[in-house]
Design a protein around this ligand. Sequence first.
Ligand SMILES: *Cc1c(COP(=O)(O)O)cnc(C)c1O
Length: 467
Amino acid sequence: MMKYISTRGNAPELTFEEVLLTGLAEDGGLYVPKEVPQFSLEEIQSWRDLPYADLAHHVIYPFVEGCIDSDALKTILNDVYGGFGHKAVAPLQQIDHNEYVLELFHGPTLAFKDFALQTLGRLLDYVLEKRHEKVVIMGATSGDTGSAAIEGTKACKNVDIFILHPHNKVSEVQRRQMSTVLGDNIHNIAIEGNFDEAQDMVKASFGDQAFLKGERKLVAVNSINWARIMSQIVYYFYSALNLGAPLRPMAYSVPTGNFGDIFAGYMAKKMGLPINQLVIGTNSNDVLHRIMSRNQYEVMPLQHTITPSMDIAVSSNFERLLFDLYDRDGKALSSLMEKMNAKKDVVELDEANLDKARALFDSYACDENTTVETIQQVFSETGYLLDPHTAVGVKAARECRRDHRIPMITLGTAHPVKFEEAIQRAGLEMPSLPHHLSDLMEREERFTVLPANIKDVQSFIAENTFK
Ligand SMILES: *Cc1c(COP(=O)(O)O)cnc(C)c1O
């Protein structure tokens, strides 16, 4: 059975089931698999004709073995990916010679987070049923995570979900994707404040859960939850196999904020998929690019951009990569992370360790004008409309590409219809909402407005849990 260990080396080893129900480790670290499952080239090759859900079973099962029954996992994956709006689940779109966009926005909320959160909701309910437990999900969102988490858990019998968003500060499409999902276990809270205030209240609530009734505990659905990373590994295998791997290597470019999606690509490589390059694309919140290019880690004030889903000051999953770079030495990492979190000085990584990352990763920081120009350029070259996050990825791919004979695949993280501001700035016409959302603007909404005060939020949660 797979065991999971903390990156800071000072927390108990957990099973998959326990990791699923845990946020941060007790020592402040993130959980990672103790051993990475390995697949031979022959084995990977034998999967080349599999549909998405069947391939997902091969990739995911080693991580959950002993906790989730193999047939139960099959059913979950077939249900989840059978519900996507494209039969291929994750289709490839060619945008130039040897250059592709992997469309990860055919799930219910039109962004890649559905891949992980649809599965996570089903896995949670399976595990909670078995343990006769109920949990409360609490999260703050500036956009995509909230709606994907709500869609993923709306059918869960053992989960109550409370999602905080800043009142009047998310787009109407994004708010309606959350507030029109009606269910007794779904609670949208509009905070009269900004995203950071909402986020701080969530963090404080995880730290002291005494406000919850009975034996309830909080579960995290942000990308520190290992189960999210796990589900995202699959589409690297799927796209690579479709373009001739493992007989030839692939390169990927990933628009990233919290380093979650690209870390899944790094895992795919460790598991045996021939990946020759991973490109990190950031917006002007470029902490990752500053480390990779100049070996400078420094927390800067958050900037609000036209790629809001990548607006971060701290990139939490980078710690999972650092753990490997520092040879999985929890002590060394612990002291490094302490320095980084102190937010005082610029922190440097050990040069030799950073070189290990530079052998695989390249990075590029894309400003807003360049993002808009890239949307325009790809549209005029191909007639294909990129969302702004994907445009950051495409630009980064084009700037950093090492070998033009190797297919370059940019992860298409969202549908352009979600990001009107960027499409308007590019002077292009907005696409229409996909069929299953075409009446979104007419649907009944339900959300509660609360002041930015943690006591009010916590009593609302306590009163409305499992009524
Ligand atoms: C969440 C998100 C990202 C960033 O993903 P990370 O896992 O934080 O790297 C990029 N694009 C879109 C559209 C997103 O919703």
